[in-house]
Design a protein around this ligand. Sequence first.
Ligand code: NAD
Length: 307
Amino acid sequence: MTRIAFIGLGTMGLPMAHNVLRAGYDLTVYDIMPDPVERLAADGARAAGSPREAAEGCDVVITMLPTSREVEAAVLEEDGVYAGLAPGSVHIEMSTIEPSATRRFAASAEQRGIRVMDAPVGKSSAAAAAGDLTIMVGGPAELLEEHRALLSTMGSTIHHCGEVGAGEVVKLVNNLVTGGICVVVAEAIVLGTKAGADPNILVDVMGGTLAGNAQLESLFRASVFKGAFEPGFKTRLMLKDARLGVGMADELNVPVPVCALVKELYGTAVQRGLGDRDFGSYTTLVEEVAGVQARVGEARSQTATVG
Ligand code: NAD
C-alpha cells in the first residue's frame, strides 16, 4: 500500500488529509499544532513528531503550509522531509508559494533522488472537505499520472500546467483575480446598500449579467451577508498571494497597477486586524467608512445598521 505523509493540517490540510485517509491510504501526519494531529490520529492516522519522522518509510510526502518559509523549514532543515525520504520517493507541494521556491526545492530534492511536483489548489475549505478542489500541477506528466489517484481523493479537477513551478504560476494568476473580484464586489455592494438597494437583489441581478462571478453566491450571499467571517481563506494568506502575484509581475516587467492596489488594500485589512479572518472581511473596512452594513435576514436585524 502506498504510504503517505501529510504535513500542515490547517484550514485546508486537515480536510484534505482526512480524504486521503478515508480513501484507504496508510497515512502519517505532522503539524506544529497538536490538535489536528490528534484528530487525524483518532481516525487512524499515525502521528509523527517531526517532518523527518513523518517522511521516513513513506512513498509520498504532501506539504500544505502557509508560505515558502514554513515549507523550507519542513523540507530542508536537518529534521526535515528530505532527510527522511528515500531516493525514488516523491514530494507533492500543495501550498501556494513562489514558483521559484518550488523549483529550488525540486533542485535540492533531485540531488537526493527525490522527485517533486507542485500541486497548489483552488476553491475553499468546503471544497477541500468535499474532495472537490481544483488542482494545478507542475512537474513531469508521468509523475502526475503515477499520483493521479492520490490527487483525486482531494480534488475533482486536475490541470497539468507544465514543468515544476507551473502549477504555482497558474495559482498566483488565479488568486490575483480572486482577490480583485472580492474587493470590487465588496465596494459595489456596500455602495448599492447605502443607496438603498437590497444586497440579495444586487446579487440576483449581477449573477445574471456580465457582472456575475462565483463569489456572489459562495462568498457574499453565503458568508458576508450573514456577517460570518471565520476562515475560509485567511486575509493574511490572500495578502501573501497578492504579494507573490505582484512580485512575479515585477520580475517579468508586466504592468499590474490594479493588482498592486488590491495588494495594498489587503495589506490595510491585515493591519486593521483582519489577518486571521476570512478575506471576505475586507467588506467590513468599506462598511465602516460607509456607515452601513451589507447584511440580510437575521444578521441584518441583529446588526440593524443597514441604512
Ligand atoms: P492555515 O494557516 O489554516 O494552516 C496552515 C497549517 O500549517 C497550520 O495547521 C499550522 O499549524 C501548520 N504549520 C505552520 N508551520 C508549520 C511547520 N513549520 N511545520 C508543520 N506545520 C506547520 O492555512 P490554509 O488555509 O490551510 O492554507 C495552506 C496553504 O494553502 C496556503 O499556502 C494557502 O495560501 C493555500 N490555500 C488556502 C486556501 C483556503 O481557502 N484556505 C485555498 C487554496 C489554497
